[in-house]
Design a protein around this ligand. Sequence first.
Ligand SMILES: C[S@@+](CC[C@H](N)C(=O)[O-])C[C@H]1O[C@@H](n2cnc3c(N)ncnc32)[C@H](O)[C@@H]1O
Length: 282
Amino acid sequence: MIVPREIQTSAAVAEHYDELDPFYREIWGEHVHHGLWESGRETSQEAIEALIAHLASTLDLQPGQHICDVGCGYGATAEWLAGRHGVRVTGLTLSSAQIRQAQARSAASSQLHFSQQDWLENEFGDETFDHVFAIESSEHMPDKQRFFNEAFRTLHPGGRLAVYAWLARTSARPWEERYLLEPICREGRLPGMGSEAEYRAWAGKAGFVVDGFEDLSTRVRRTWALCTGRVARKLLTHTQYRRYLLDAHARNRIFALSVPRIWVAYLTGSMRYGLLTAHKPK
Ligand SMILES: C[S@@+](CC[C@H](N)C(=O)[O-])C[C@H]1O[C@@H](n2cnc3c(N)ncnc32)[C@H](O)[C@@H]1O
């Protein structure tokens, strides 16, 4: 696993999303995840929704099922799934800024429930959920084995787990680790970036049967070309972006460096993006 040279705590992850909240909402929008391009002609909104549709078909959602969204961001994915598939979704996030937006959604829908809670310390009972998914949140968790153990414990027997994750190439070369992967972990508040083999091993050790792994890297990487362009344009046209970058007290301004770095890491194959699917045996 790639680990940053400075320890990244859950408190630092929460602070990252709280401090960068206005920028995330302007640059990414209400979904803080990659888009998935099929033809390359989709708009970024279509690509973002395609990733959620990909999740829904992977989990084979049925109306009335109770699903857990681990690391739910602003709650927009949960809302999309509840609206289109009739499922009940419980989501959790570490961030105060995100939970406020998410709870505005749940106020308007009895199918949604959100709480500001650490998944690694969650209070859900055993076998609570029909399915559990995590879109780009496991990277932020300091104890990946516990991430999988908690998914296994809270799932009904037969329930599925879907994990979309930023991954490091297996056996990354020293220059990739030094100039790309270690800084991406440090700047993005990732306590560790695992490889496909490590994700498979953690899932298996938790008790899951791994059903598959899909490498989506080339279909999602366009996200970072778009985000790099959006950040550059904002820096040229909006003084508050320049002011934030020049503010020595802004602890998360360093993430601006990661935006183009991640794009390069995908182009060099140093970073991968994949979906791991698994189920809890009956
Ligand atoms: C990149 S955002 C993804 C948000 C959302 N899944 C989406 O696709 O829009 C990462 C999310 O993971 C959450 N997260 C990270 N570590 C967590 C933890 N230990 N417990 C709960 N949520 C966590 C963050 O609060 C944030 O909401």
